[in-house]
Ligand binder design. Structure first.
Ligand SMILES: [Zn+2]
Length: 547
């Protein structure tokens, strides 16, 4: 062996693995969103590359492969291209302005043939093969996008796992700025802990001048923080959070990847109630028992800290980004004996690791095993008004996420409308009603719900509203409408000009319906246009216009 005693021999420099991906753009990369940012019911599955404030930037294929899928949707990615690469990865590119000509032709032919704007097409490898560097689309601002950018994901082709694309572009994106936190939340364990004399969770600012914190029993913590990068004013998700108590690591998270089925676990990791009621994100330093997301690590207590000595406990948070920029925060929690309110388990105590059926007069909720992330002491109430279409059912007094759809059926008591297709299940919150859809069968409305809350049955008999815009410009082909539906939402729309299907784009972010191919309208003469909009309860708005 070539090693000399007592002398440390440097190993040959590790060969840097060759980067499998090139930049999608020929200009410097800046991010407006990073991987794993916290969003409603999902992690941000990719990075958002800025496109210098404009639409129409050509996008280069980042590695050899082929276009395997193309989608067009009123919301979401708007127009997207999926490229299956030869290296086991698939890249997804969203909010596109335009596809390359050959793809654009296939998409449009499908749209006219099937009289639809929405498209979801898959292709064999030999249909649209691509070489690294080839331009396959122009970046845009379509779908649920509020400024020109390219949303780009990299997924493992076999498992569908989302991974962080930034790891392939580290040398092309500058970042010397560490994450920053603003608040810590402390959570007493129900019936087992107390913070500042209360069994409720309590928020603490990390800015100076805070009053002392006392606690006793079992508590856990959470932190509100964002990451920042050089040369932008955006904020980003924090890749890594570690919590130490008295120098012992009790919890760490690292947003490196997630499988499609782990995406909703964001609701178990973050403080869902804070998000749902205050639109505020706290990353909890605790693994709820039903949370199986692999990127969380904790001691055997799952991140729960026991305060059982009258002394200061040092909570130390270390936040770090992909570049290793890190920042540390300390919080002293003084152990102080305090009375811990005991927990009175209610009638509907739902254990996280079991399935449950909750029944009340005229209502049944089925929660299969695997849908709860933690035990719920369900506060269930029937709010009965015998004149209403149905009773209101309070299925808990706090926002609780469910991992998947759970069947809810509610009896219809007063048929205010004969047509059963007009009924829907509605969730009531903050004085509003949100449709959970559903169908009528055997006296009940049946729906799938993904969150506990207050539910009832409502009726939608009101057709969508069509508001024409800038009529003087219609002759030049620039035809636009705003279409809205007050209750169940727009399910479908069709526009015919002189009896022929006309392709209109619907953009759900601004409710705008706009003509896509003005060139197809014959110049001169009078035209007749028919607009038909249908909502989810089958109410139809039909308008005819001359121009
Ligand atoms: Zn994005």
């Amino acid at each position: 062996m070539g090693l000399l005693m007592g002398v440390s021999v440097a190993l040959p420099a590790q060969e840097k693995p060759e980067n499998p991906f090139i930049s999608p753009f020929d200009f410097p990369l800046l991010l407006s969103g990073n991987f794993g940012e916290l969003r409603a019911n999902h992690f941000h599955g990719g990075v958002d590359f800025k496109t210098q404030g404009v639409v129409g930037k050509p996008i280069r294929c980042i590695a050899d492969g082929y276009i395997s899928r193309v989608t067009v949707t009123p919301g979401g990615y708007g127009q997207a291209v999926y490229i299956t690469h030869n290296n086991g990865m698939t890249s997804v590119h969203g909010h596109l302005h335009k596809f390359m000509d050959e793809v654009q032709e296939v998409v449009e032919a499908y749209q006219y043939e099937h009289e639809t704007f929405a498209v979801d097409l898959t292709f064999e490898p030999d249909k649209f093969p691509l070489k690294q560097g080839e331009i396959f689309a122009l970046a845009g601002n379509e779908g649920y996008s509020f400024g020109p950018h390219l949303h780009m994901e990299i997924r493992k082709t076999d498992t569908g796992e989302y991974i962080d694309p930034l790891q392939f572009y580290i040398d092309k994106v500058k970042d010397t700025t560490a994450p920053r936190a603003t608040h810590v939340m402390l959570y007493p364990q129900p019936g087992k802990g107390v913070v500042n004399g209360s069994s409720r969770k309590k928020i603490f600012s990390l800015a100076g001048g805070r009053s002392p914190i006392t606690a006793w029993g079992n508590i856990s913590a959470g932190i509100k923080a964002f990451d920042y990068m050089d040369g932008t004013s955006n904020n980003y998700g924090v890749r890594s959070v570690k919590l130490y108590v008295d120098s012992v690591e009790v919890f760490s998270s690292s947003v490196d990847g997630f499988l499609p089925n782990e995406n909703r676990m964001i609701n178990a990791w973050t403080d869902y109630e804070e998000y749902a009621t205050r639109n505020s994100w706290f990353m909890r330093s605790r693994i709820l028992p039903g949370n199986t997301w692999r990127m969380l690590q904790a001691d055997e207590e799952g991140g729960i800290v026991t305060i059982n000595e009258e002394r200061p406990y040092e909570f130390r948070y270390v936040l770090e980004d992909l570049y290793g920029n890190s920042r540390t925060y300390k919080l002293i929690v003084q152990g102080k004996k305090q009375k811990i309110a005991s927990l009175n388990e209610g009638k509907h105590y739902l254990a996280w690791n079991e399935g449950h059926v909750v029944r009340k007069p005229g209502m049944e909720l089925v929660i299969p095993k695997g849908m709860l992330y933690e035990d719920v002491d369900l506060n269930c109430k029937v709010i009965a008004d015998s004149l209403d279409i149905s009773f209101d059912y309070q299925l808990h007094d706090k926002a609780v996420p469910l991992h998947g759809g759970c069947s809810l059926k509610i009896g219809v008591r007063n048929f205010t409308v004969a047509d059963k297709s007009k009924y829907y299940v509605a969730r009531k919150y903050r004085g509003r009603k949100a449709s959970a859809g559903g169908r009528f069968e055997d006296g009940y409305m049946h729906a799938q719900i993904r969150e506990l809350g207050t539910y009832t049955v409502a009726v939608d008999t009101i057709a969508p509203r069509i508001v024409p815009l800038n009529k003087p410009q219609w002759k030049s082909g620039n035809i636009q409408f705003v279409i809205r539906d007050a209750e169940t939402g727009i399910k479908d729309y069709k526009v015919y000009i002189d009896g022929e299907f006309a392709l209109f784009k619907f953009s759900s972010k601004n409710a705008r319906l706009s003509n896509m191919h003005s060139g197809r309208i014959k110049r001169g003469g009078k035209h007749t246009m028919e607009v038909i909009i249908t909502d989810y309860c089958g109410n139809v708005a039909k308008e005819e216009y001359q121009f």
